[in-house]
Design a protein around this ligand. Structure first.
Ligand SMILES: CC(C)(COP(=O)(O)OP(=O)(O)OC[C@H]1O[C@@H](n2cnc3c(N)ncnc32)[C@H](O)[C@@H]1OP(=O)(O)O)[C@@H](O)C(=O)NCCC(=O)NCCS
Length: 310
């Protein structure tokens, strides 16, 4: 376990122990009772213990042996971009703990070569927007969190051109990266790196969707504690708008429901009208919204550059 403790009671952890995950859960439920909204989806609590090690460590803040602050770091896409979700014990807010943790996060990001740091700010949060502003962020985008309402899942449909989902392996990474890159207009190489990293997480399953034997889409599920997230959902750019995504989403949602997931969650950018209406048609309902506030980090010059510039 790679972690260090300094005199201020701050722990930096590359991967959390079971005990630390329990402490995060305890802090998150305390905050949930106080704030009246859930941080579980935003923190991705279920995957904290199993995440593949990223380049940035989580920050754990202790006082008298109790975890009173947590900055959870997640990287879902490009390796140079991370998300930070910061939480401070309700009785200890506005005492500089959040700011101090954010500064550690920035320092760690710069050490890890991260260029884009996104602060995860629930729209329900009373303090989040003001806090992010003082960190000098710019609004990047907003996402809805949508939960599946099982009573709204459409009845089974027969189709003349069925889409099949099969669990993907390492050999499928190049084609999957090409699909995801085409769908999001992102560089293929970054998607390849992200897929390789995310597929190491044992809570995630990646599926390749095929139609007539041809690869057409990618979708992942991450399951823990009875909660399932549907992520990394993409249909080849030239095959969108033909009902492939609908078949993929319904297939994975039914599979997750049959295997006992009590909550099935998906997130979507608030201005992605097409995806939003697809998710609603499949039975998902918006339960919250999150702002992503961006801090662009200058590259830290390397030692030779510093010497050269003198
Ligand atoms: C947001 C949060 C992490 C801030 O932690 P904190 O330890 O209370 O924040 P700090 O004391 O370090 O505040 C730093 C600055 O943020 C701003 N800020 C913090 N709380 C604020 C509030 N309630 N209203 C307006 N501005 C606020 C202030 O500018 C503050 O500086 P100041 O006290 O010198 O004016 C904490 O309130 C929290 O856990 N909220 C619930 C979860 C959440 O919204 N997370 C999103 C984090 S991006």
């Amino acid at each position: 376990m790679a972690f260090t403790i300094d005199a201020n009671g701050v722990t930096l952890a590359a991967r959390l122990s079971s005990q630390q995950v329990e402490q995060v859960r305890a802090l998150a439920s305390l905050c949930e009772v106080h704030d009246s909204y859930s941080m579980a989806a935003r923190l991705d609590v279920g995957t904290l213990e199993t995440r593949p090690e990223g380049s940035v460590k989580d920050v754990l803040w202790y006082q008298s042996g109790e975890m009173v602050g947590f900055a959870g770091m997640n990287s879902y896409g490009a390796p140079s971009e991370v998300e930070a979700t910061i939480l401070v014990h309700p009785d200890l807010r506005r005492r500089g703990i959040g700011r101090a943790m954010a500064h550690i996060v920035v320092r760690e990001c710069q050490r890890g070569g991260i260029r884009r740091l996104l602060f995860v700010v629930p729209q329900e949060s009373r303090e989040g927007a003001g806090f992010a502003r003082t960190m000098g962020t710019q609004h990047s985008h907003s996402e809805y969190t949508m939960d599946l309402d099982v009573t709204r899942i459409p009845p089974f449909e027969t189709t003349h051109n069925p889409v099949e989902l099969r669990p993907a392996g390492a050999e499928d990474v190049p084609i999957m990266a090409a699909i995801v890159a085409s769908a999001f207009a992102e560089p293929v190489q970054e998607e390849e790196q992200a897929l390789v990293r995310l597929m190491k997480d044992i809570t995630r399953t990646t599926y390749l969707a095929t139609q007539d034997g041809r690869p057409v889409g990618v979708i992942q599920s991450a399951v823990s504690d009875g909660r399932a997230f549907i992520i990394h959902f993409a249909v080849r750019a030239d095959m969108q708008g033909q009902g492939i995504g609908r078949q993929m989403l319904l297939a994975i949602a039914r599979g997750l429901q049959n295997s006992g997931s009590r909550w099935i969650t998906i997130e979507v950018e608030t201005d992605n009208r097409n995806a939003l209406s697809l998710y609603e048609q499949c039975g998902f309902v918006a339960v919250g919204a999150t702002d992503y506030e961006l801090l662009e980090l200058p590259r830290v010059p390397t030692a030779p550059e510093l010497l050269f510039d003198r």
